[in-house]
Design a protein around this ligand. Structure first.
Ligand SMILES: Cc1ncc(COP(=O)(O)O)c(C=O)c1O
Length: 457
């Protein structure tokens, strides 16, 4: 029976009306990583988006200085992506990928292999950064076992690292609040020290000069545990969620050397740094260090349909390909790995990046961005400013006895008074705008922030 078109339109109007108005009750939605009581008392509700801007439920225009949550790298509601997703849902809404498939995951994997550094030519699909991280850690363990080196089970992360919220990710992660509630976590992990050093590196422009020696922490952990027990090291080339922490110049190169020396796999968690955020497809290419595995998500599908991916090297993939033709390579996967809608969104996203040269934008605009953000130096309570590519962070001195409140006030005023979406972590405001940003938007972001920082003081 074909549906009545008038009734279908009326229903679509009804759903859209619900999606753009303040909800009647806000009780049932338990919001992630949010002070629910505080939020529900004074909500910040986004209703629509286009290009560089959102509109909130009151119709106010909000400049997106964060690409949503580090994910809408091509800007909002880009026509190619919208059309590709619409067309795909009408054509094939779902297809399983366990011993079945559909064409798009193959097409997309091939495209990603072409974009990736070195020989990271094989792609495992997930639905989020957290799933990409847990998948990568499992692949690293299984790789060693497949080669008869199964005693390599230790996973090394870093203090202050954020690798999502799966048990693997929080075990190698280094944010105490994300770990302490959840029991003993994975056994057999250890952590390098983080590289944030405001005393020596405050207001560095680009990669900081001090701290290369921190890479030697890995040698210290090898001496402690013995290399033969260590499977992998996972590192965000630039960590975003902990408030933008940059690697000292040469640090990632040195970590790579130590991993090579000891047969340890190197995983770059590029969930934030992937897809043009620092001027290349991946930060690996910008810094000239090729890891063995890359985890990705966010900008892969421009945030509009959830998707993640794990890119692995030829050597790793080969280790799983030794069995009989009818043997399953990897006992791991998700119902939605390679979902057709996500693949359609991702392919149209990659085409948008290429057509508009968006990966290069972070290099082209890098100096302008750097100068603009560092113009905030000297404003009240600003104790550090960090930047790389189209990423920035402003750190404030914490208020006595009330850490995090100054950062939150700047974030909240930026939204309500400045009409701008930023990201707050403790007393750090992080910025990562869509890559379609123009110089005029950069001026607006930092003029408005300067006013707000003076006001919050
Ligand atoms: C480096 C890194 N890894 C993993 C994740 C988790 O991604 P998701 O929230 O999609 O699970 C994030 C999220 O910000 C991230 O920054």
């Amino acid at each position: 029976m074909s549906p009545d078109p008038a009734a279908t339109t009326a229903l679509a109007d009804y759903y859209q009306q619900q999606a753009t108005a303040k909800p009647a009750s806000m009780d049932a939605f338990w919001m992630p990583f949010t002070a629910n009581k505080q939020f529900k008392a004074a909500p910040r509700l986004l209703a629509s988006a286009s290009g560089m801007h959102y509109r909130d439920v009151d119709g106010r225009e909000i400049l997106d200085a964060c690409a949503g949550l580090w994910c809408v790298n091509a800007g909002h509601a880009r026509p190619r992506i919208v059309e590709a997703v619409k067309r795909q849902i009408e054509t094939l809404d779902f297809a399983p990928n366990f011993s079945m498939s559909s064409p798009l995951p193959f097409v997309l994997a091939q495209r990603l292999a072409e974009l990736s550094p070195g020989d990271l030519n094989h792609v495992f699909f997930t639905n989020s950064g957290s799933e990409s991280v847990d998948s990568a850690l499992k692949i690293a363990l299984a790789y060693h076992r497949a080669r008869g080196d199964g005693q390599r089970t230790r996973l090394i992360g870093r203090e202050k690292a954020y690798h999502g919220v799966g048990f693997g990710g929080i075990s190698v992660g280094g944010l105490p609040n994300n770990r302490k509630w959840f029991g003993p976590l994975l056994p057999g992990t250890d952590h390098l020290r983080h590289t944030l050093d405001i005393q020596r590196n405050a207001f560095s422009q680009g990669l900081p000069a001090h701290g290369l020696e921190l890479a030697e922490d890995l040698e210290r952990l090898v001496a402690l545990h013995d290399a033969s027990t260590i499977a992998a090291v996972i590192i965000e080339p630039i960590s975003g969620s902990a408030g933008v922490i940059l690697p000292p110049d040469g640090y990632l190169q040195r970590i790579r050397q130590i991993c090579d020396k000891h047969g340890i796999l190197l995983i770059f968690d590029e969930v934030i740094t992937g897809f043009g955020r620092v001027g290349k497809a991946f930060a690996a290419q910008r810094v000239g260090v090729t890891p063995d595995i890359i985890t990705a998500a966010k900008g892969l599908s421009n945030g509009c349909v959830p998707m993640g991916a794990v890119l692995v090297s030829e050597r790793i993939h080969q280790a799983f390909a030794q069995g009989a033709d009818n043997a399953i390579d990897l006992f791991h996967g998700y119902t939605y790995s390679g979902h057709p809608l996500a693949c359609a969104a991702a392919l149209a996203t990659l085409d948008t990046y290429a057509e508009e040269n968006l990966f290069e934008k972070a290099i082209e605009l890098g100096d302008y961005w750097q100068q603009a953000i560092h113009s905030l130096k000297g404003l009240p309570n600003v104790i550090d400013i960090r930047n790389y590519g189209l990423i920035g962070a402003i750190e404030f001195a914490p208020r006595d006895g009330a850490p995090g409140t100054r950062g939150f006030d700047v974030f909240n005023d930026a939204f309500h008074k400045g009409g701008m979406l930023t990201r707050v972590t403790g007393d750090v405001i992080a910025l990562s705008p869509p890559l379609i940003i123009e110089k005029t938007h950069i001026d607006q972001i930092f003029e408005r922030l300067a006013d707000i920082i003076r006001g919050v003081a």
